[in-house]
Design a protein around this ligand. Sequence first.
Ligand SMILES: [Zn+2]
Ligand SMILES: [Zn+2]
Length: 219
Amino acid sequence: MAKTRPSKSDLDSYIIKGTNNIVRAGDCVLMRAPETDKPPYVARAEKIEADNRSNLKVRVRWYYRPEESHGGRRQFHGAKELFLSDHFDVQSADTIEGKCVVHTFKNYTKLENVKPEDYYCRFEYKAATGAFVPDRVAVYCKCEMPYNPDELMVQCDGCKDWFHPACVGMGIEQAKQLDLYLCSDCASIDEKKPEIKLTESPVMNGKLEPKMATKRQKK
Ligand SMILES: [Zn+2]
Ligand SMILES: [Zn+2]
């Protein structure tokens, strides 16, 4: 008797157990880690399918946290940073705990408040080699580090570079209150500029007239 291959059927969506949250292909999900002390794994659901015994399976593409990468977590990695890996898996849909949102880096930096389910991704990660795509990223400040969105930076109004307050000898509170900032390089250029002050005529705005009038009244 010929064996028939177990038939699988693709599903449009999956409702997370005990919730009203619907997961569809393309959504990002949090999946229970086997170790209870670990934060949930983050993945992108690529496909949801039921096997011939009606077990719901989800084909996922894993996001790696910086600490799970070969190089480990580095100073410029944000708390909500994830790398989209080339590591695919099939998991039981039961392990899905909830949904999350993995933003582009640009969109993440524009969020007014970051909710627990908000993450961002600016690198793809090759799990086998530990390589990142892109392999280069813009650096800022005197310390020449990529931007960590968790850290406050101030922008120089001269060169438009960004600086960590601590790297330029400034306190966080002081940095928050700045209206305008010039880095030391730009400030020294500014000093060397010849000063050409276009002084306003003293009679402008009619300010001089009342002053003179009061003087006249005094004596
Ligand atoms: Zn710095
Ligand atoms: Zn500057």
